[in-house]
Design a protein around this ligand. Sequence first.
Ligand code: HAM
Length: 430
Amino acid sequence: MSEFRTLRGMRDFLPDETGLLRSIEGKAREVARLYGYREVITPVLESYELLAAKAGEEVRTRMYAFKDLGGRMVALRPEFTASIARLVAVTLRNEPKPIRLYCIGSLYRYDEPQKGRFREFWQSNFELIGSDKAEADSEILLLTNRFMKAVGLKGYVFKVSHIGILRSIFGREGVAEDAQNRALQLMDKKMYNEALSLLRDAGASEKCLKTVKEIVEIKGSNVNSILAEIEKLIQDYEEAVYALKNLARILKLVEAHALNVTVDAGFARGLEYYTGMIFEVYVPELNIALAGGGRYDRLVELFGGEPTPAVGVAHGLDRIMLAVQEQNAPLETRKANAAALIATNETLAPEGIRIAEMLRSEGVPVEMEVMGRRVTKALEDADRRGAPYVVLVGEKELTENSVVLRDMHKKQQQVVKIEDLAKILKDLGI
Ligand code: HAM
């Protein structure tokens, strides 16, 4: 046995898994088409500084970061949003707004591997750039809903909040941004007591701590009553009320579209760039988020661009794959349906290859026998691979410009003219 294994947290996708991933990707591309998002491809490797800027402690400390041969500090991307913001700040700065972009690819985080958590994982990532309106936020929610539905998932829930609610309260209390970030990181990990004591140390009043404690308790799917409860609690914080009103408007816009929403005002996200609505998507079978996103109105500017509001989402394709498997969602993966072709002896190989190439030119997939097996063994192998039809190239038939076509299910065979073979196979669904 070889000593070589994939690295911890990294994995190979075998053909069936690759088929499922590609099929999910296909649904993301279809969603992109329906909403007018255009694909971009950004580098896997970026400057460390760019990726670290607002990634948040959690992601920042888990980046695959190293010095390249030029002595420059670089890192494998842990997410797409920083790269897209860079693209908008630099290359697309004069592009008319809104800009709708999507990308699909692999990301890298040195996370502790466990179910649904890998060190190399895949996202489909959508960014809507240039609008600060609730309509833009609602579009990101709606396209995510459509995507989840398209892959066949059931019972998924949007956990939603607005980071402005907590940030405004902390800000009014004079809590410095750095301490705010750390408190939100702790809240993201549901370490509420630690967050509260950090806030106390950072100067938050007892009244504020009480408010935060109460906010954390409020969550539920009856959107209007939950929003009203939160509003009552935060009345004294004018900007927090403003944030809440923005969230209410976004949720109003998606109300008619059967999204399963839970408002959770104590919910925070690990990334630091969020300025508005934030959300994650969950299914009951897994306690990890399938997708996450939100509004980030200052990142493009931070990277040297014009002040540019933006909102986006990343769908975790590995976790969506897991959820699809857990729920047995009927997502069709394209199964290769190739005919097998066997030259009945070695001297007929050139003729066999010629016929195989002719069929492929006609768009018929053919798997050629290349193991030098005798006919019976080759037929057994074709059967094992599930080839529905086998083309047998034999001496006798060739003299009549024909081959034998064998139906592997019916175990019947017929002699057919080579010139008719492509059409016959196509009619048989190959
Ligand atoms: P995120 O919440 O860090 O957000 O990641 C989004 C999704 O990627 C997660 O919900 C999860 O499904 C998946 N994911 C994250 N880490 C892992 C992992 N180690 N293994 C497997 N899946 C993982 C972002 O990345 C933001 N850039 C989203 C965004 C776009 N915000 C605005 N625009």
